[in-house]
Each structure stands twice: as C-alpha cells, then as structure tokens.
Design a protein around this ligand. Structure first.
Ligand SMILES: [Zn+2]
Length: 199
C-alpha cells in the first residue's frame, strides 16, 4: 500500500499504472514516485566504484609532511594505529568505524543485495542485511573525515610542507560517489525487485 502525500488517498501499489516513468495519484494527479528500470544497475555500478575507491583509499598514504628534511606519511589505518598508541583509543575507534568499517559494511550490504536481485534471485537474509544497511548509513561519515583532513592540512601548511597523498583524492571521489549513491538508492525499487525475484 502507498498513501498519496497530497490528498492522503490510500492506494494498492500493484494496481497503479506507470505513465512516463512515474506513478501518479488517480484522484489528485500528484506524482507518488518515479520508476526507473535501470535503478538497480546504476546503484550496483556506483557501489562497485565506491568499493574500489574505499580499498585504494585505504592502501595509499592520505597525507605526507616534510618537516626539516624529514618526510613522514600515513594511511588512514596508520593514523588510527598512531592514535591508539598515543592513548586515544576512542578517537582511533571512531575514525576506523566512521571512515572504514561503516562505509565498508554499507557497500558490502548493498552489493550483497544488488548482485542476486539483478539476476532475478532473492539474496539470503534480505531483511537483516537491509536493516544493517540502514543502521550503517548514518554512521558512514567519509565527508566529515575529508573536511577534517582539509582543515588540518591548511593549518599544518604553516608548519611544514604538506603533500596530499593519493588516498585523499580517492576519499574525495568516494565522498562524491557516496552522495550520488544515496540519492539514487531507491528502497522501493529494492523491495519491488525482491518481490519479483524467485526464492
Ligand atoms: Zn492524491
């Protein structure tokens, strides 16, 4: 069932006609939702791109510093390890969770749901994985991390030569891909694909 957000008419979704890629309320004509036939493909393509960016972003240094002839550089995992050693375990855990773990859980959950659905099969544990996806989403904060890194880079540039590493570009691109992904991700399309798929 779906309710019209304009006139509160309660409608059975399966009986609604799709015209020009959108479903409209038969009483007031308001657009209830849009239907895209390649929504799953586009979401899956962005999910794969984001997974690659996340992987590469964690393998390469995020920033390098030249201080009086000494060159130091670190990856995100290296930064978390250093925070742990410097008696800031909570900050290290928050960094790991929001920058690596939660985006990884979110993207793996999406891939787990989308890959079988695309070929017309129901993914095992659909409901639990769907719930995990929604729980992980607010905690994936790559954009906050990128903003934090940029602010500290600007501040550090007075003290040392700051060299942005390859990972910062990956995380920047990841931030954009995740934004597009969350705007494209259509929960209704996922449920409809699940209903249409076979056990
Ligand atoms: Zn209506």
């Amino acid at each position: 069932m779906t309710a019209c957000h304009e006139c509160d008419l309660l409608l059975r979704e399966l009986t609604l006609p799709i015209t020009a890629g959108a479903v409209s309320c038969p009483r007031c004509g308001a657009v209830l939702y849009r239907v895209s036939h390649d929504a799953l493909e586009r979401t899956l393509a962005l999910t794969c791109a984001a997974l690659v960016l996340l992987l590469v972003g964690n393998l390469f240094p995020i920033v390098g510093l030249n201080i009086q002839g000494h060159h130091v550089e670190t990856t995100v995992l290296g930064a978390a390890r250093q925070l742990w050693r410097d008696d800031m375990p909570l900050v290290a855990l928050v960094l790991l969770a929001t920058t690596v773990l939660m985006p990884l859980i979110e993207l793996c959950a999406l891939a787990w749901l989308l890959l079988p659905l695309r070929s017309g099969r129901r993914p095992p544990g659909f409901v639990i994985i769907f719930r995990a996806l929604q729980l992980a989403h607010p905690w994936a904060m790559v954009e906050v991390f990128i903003l934090g890194v940029l602010v500290s880079l600007v501040k550090l540039s007075h003290l040392a030569d700051v060299l942005p590493g390859p990972a910062i570009w990956c995380f920047g691109a990841l931030m954009l891909v995740l934004t597009v992904l969350s705007s494209l991700l259509d929960h209704r399309a996922l449920w409809q694909a699940w209903e249409a798929a076979q056990e």
